[in-house]
Design a protein around this ligand. Structure first.
Ligand code: URA
Length: 236
C-alpha cells in the first residue's frame, strides 16, 4: 500500500477538505495510532495505521464504489458547462470523495452507473479488453427480428465503418429488447440499432458484469457497493 500524507488521507475519506484537515490537526483533533498528530505532512500507510478524527476511526479503504440509478437529463461527467453532471446528485460525505463515473450513459439514458475514485477500477470496467458485459433494456421504433439478432451476434458494422464485437440482441416484445455488449463505443446501442433500420426511444442499463441495478434505488439515488457486489462487476 503506498504511503500518503495525513491531510490527504483525511480529505480522501470525505470528512474534511484538505485545508480543513490541516485545521483539525492543528486543533489536536486527529490521532494516528492513538497519538495526537501534529502535521498534515506526516506520511503513513492507511492499511497499517489507524487514523481517527474526534475519536472516530477513518475507514481503511482508500477507495469508494457507488452504484447510482442515473436519472434521465444528467450527463456522465463530474462537471459540464451546459448540462447537469451526475456528481451533482452525490450528497453528504460522498460529495467530497472526488468520485467520477466509471463508464458513461448518455444524457437521455438511465440506469446503472458506477462511480468511484479508484482509477484502476474504472479503467478495468471501461476497457474493452476486459470484456465487462453491459446489459441494456431498450424500447425502439421500427422492426427488429431474429435476422437482426443474428447480425448482432456476427458483429455489427456501424454506418461509419466501425466494427463492433459480437453482441446479444433479444427481442422481448413489440418494440422492446435486451442488448448485451462487451464494449462501450460512443452511442453504441443506438448506433447498432440504427444500423438495422430501427431507432432506440428509451435505454436503461440494468447490469454491469454480474452486478445488477438495485431496483430499490429510485432515479437519482445511489448507495455504496458491498465487497461482494464489487467482485461481481468482473464476473462474466
Ligand atoms: N449505448 C448508447 O447508445 N447509449 C448509452 O448511454 C449506452 C450505450
Amino acid at each position: 500500500m503506498p504511503m500518503s500524507r495525513l491531510d490527504k488521507i483525511i480529505s480522501d475519506s470525505g470528512v474534511a477538505t484538505r485545508r480543513d484537515a490541516e485545521l483539525l490537526i492543528r486543533a489536536r483533533r486527529v490521532t494516528v495510532d492513538g497519538v495526537t498528530a501534529t502535521s498534515g505532512a506526516q506520511k503513513l500507510d492507511l492499511e497499517r495505521a489507524t487514523v481517527a478524527v474526534d475519536g472516530a476511526e477513518l475507514p481503511r479503504t482508500r477507495f469508494c464504489y457507488i452504484m447510482m440509478n442515473k436519472p434521465l437529463g444528467y450527463v456522465s461527467a463530474t462537471e459540464d458547462r451546459m448540462e447537469k453532471p451526475v456528481t451533482d446528485l452525490l450528497t453528504g460525505r460522498y460529495a467530497n470523495l472526488n468520485l467520477f463515473p466509471a463508464g458513461r450513459l448518455d444524457k437521455d439514458a438511465e440506469g446503472l452507473l458506477l462511480l468511484t475514485n479508484d482509477g484502476d477500477f474504472a479503467h478495468r470496467v471501461i476497457t474493452p479488453n476486459k470484456h465487462v458485459r453491459k446489459r441494456y433494456v431498450i424500447s425502439f421504433d421500427g422492426t427488429l427480428t431474429e435476422r437482426d439478432a443474428a447480425a448482432f451476434e456476427q458483429g455489427i458494422t456501424l454506418a461509419d465503418g466501425t466494427k463492433c464485437r459480437s453482441a446479444r440482441l433479444e427481442i422481448v416484445g413489440q418494440g422492446h429488447a435486451v442488448v448485451e455488449l462487451h464494449e462501450g463505443k460512443y452511442h453504441q446501442v443506438k448506433r447498432m440499432v440504427a444500423s438495422r433500420g430501427a431507432s432506440v426511444t428509451a435505454l436503461k442499463r440494468v447490469a454491469v458484469g454480474g452486478l445488477e441495478l438495485d431496483e430499490a434505488l429510485r432515479a437519482g439515488e445511489f448507495r455504496e457497493l458491498t465487497a461482494e457486489e464489487l467482485g461481481r462487476v468482473f464476473v462474466t
